[in-house]
Design a protein around this ligand. Structure first.
Ligand code: GLP
Length: 238
C-alpha cells in the first residue's frame, strides 16, 4: 500500500484526478471502475477539465460503476447512474455504450455484471471512496474478501450517512455492489479519503492488518493500492 498524504483537500483531489487522467490517456488501458459519493465530486470536475483540455479522443474508453441502489426508478436523481451522468458522462459528451451500470433490473444481476467486466477484459484502475464504517463500494463490515458482485443490505449507519443525498422520501436499504473480490481483480486501486469524518476509519485501515470489520483493509495487500489522504482524513494516523 502506498500512502500519499497531501497538504490540502484540493491537492488530494488534484492528485487523484491526475492519476486517473494519466491512466485513461494510456492507449493500452481502456477499462475503468468509477466510484460515487461527495468525495468524488471535485475529482470528476477536475478530471473533466484535464480530459477536455487534452483534446484527445476517449471514445474507446469504458467505465464500470462500482455500485447502485435498489428501489429507485431508472435514472432517479439520487441514483449513482444519474450522479455519473451529471458529473462525468454528460460533461464529457460520452455515449451510453461507454458506461456499464450494475444491472439492478436483472434477477442474475451479480453474475451478469461479473460477465460484463470479464468481457471487457477486466478493470485497469478502480477508483474508490470509503464509508465512515470502512465500507468500499457497498461492501459493509462482515463482507468476505472473495465476495463478488451481489445484492447487499446497507447498515443503518450507511443509510443515515447517505440520507441527505436523497431528494425525496425514498431512502434505499439495499444495493448491488461489486464485491471485494471483484475490486481486488482490478490491476490498480486508488482510494481517496478526505475530511475528518473519515479519520477514525483511515487510522484503523493504516494500523491494522486485514480485518472484515473494516472491508477496506482487504485492499492492503493488493500489489498496486494507493491511498490518497487530505490532512483531516490523515489526522489520526500515528
Ligand atoms: C457510498 C458509496 C461509496 C462511497 C461512500 C463514501 O456509500 N457506495 O462508494 O465511497 O459512500 O461516500 P462519501 O464520499 O459521500 O463520503
Amino acid at each position: 500500500m502506498q500512502i500519499i498524504q497531501c497538504q490540502s483537500k484540493d491537492q488530494a483531489v488534484s492528485k487523484v484526478a491526475t492519476i486517473l487522467f494519466e491512466t485513461i490517456c494510456d492507449e493500452k488501458r481502456n477499462v475503468f471502475g468509477l466510484a460515487t459519493g461527495r468525495t468524488m465530486e471535485p475529482v470528476y470536475a477536475e478530471l473533466v477539465k484535464l480530459m477536455k483540455n487534452s483534446g484527445k479522443d476517449f471514445s474507446n474508453k469504458r467505465f464500470f460503476m462500482l455500485d447502485e441502489y435498489y428501489g429507485l426508478t431508472d435514472n432517479h436523481e439520487s441514483s449513482f447512474k444519474f450522479y455519473i451522468k451529471t458529473h462525468f458522462q454528460n460533461p464529457m459528451g460520452f455515449k451510453d455504450d461507454q458506461f456499464f451500470f450494475p444491472p439492478v433490473h436483472l434477477s442474475d444481476a451479480g453474475q451478469q455484471y461479473e460477465r460484463d467486466i470479464r468481457a471487457q477484459g477486466g478493470v485497469e484502475l478502480q477508483l474508490l471512496g470509503i464509508g465512515q464504517n470502512g465500507h468500499i463500494g457497498f461492501n459493509e463490515p462482515g463482507s468476505e474478501k472473495d465476495s463478488l458482485t451481489r445484492r447487499v443490505d446497507l447498515t443503518p449507519d450507511t443509510i443515515e450517512a447517505n440520507r441527505e443525498q436523497f431528494v425525496d422520501d425514498i431512502v434505499p436499504v439495499d444495493a448491488l455492489s461489486m464485491g471485494i473480490g471483484t475490486i481486488l481483480r482490478a490491476k490498480e486501486l486508488v482510494l481517496l479519503a478526505t475530511g475528518k469524518s473519515k479519520a477514525d476509519t483511515i487510522q484503523f485501515l493504516v494500523n491494522n492488518q486485514e480485518n472484515s470489520s473494516c472491508p477496506a483493509s482487504f485492499l492492503k495487500n493488493h500489489p498496486r493500492f494507493t491511498l490518497v489522504l487530505d490532512p483531516e482524513a490523515a489526522s489520526k494516523i500515528n
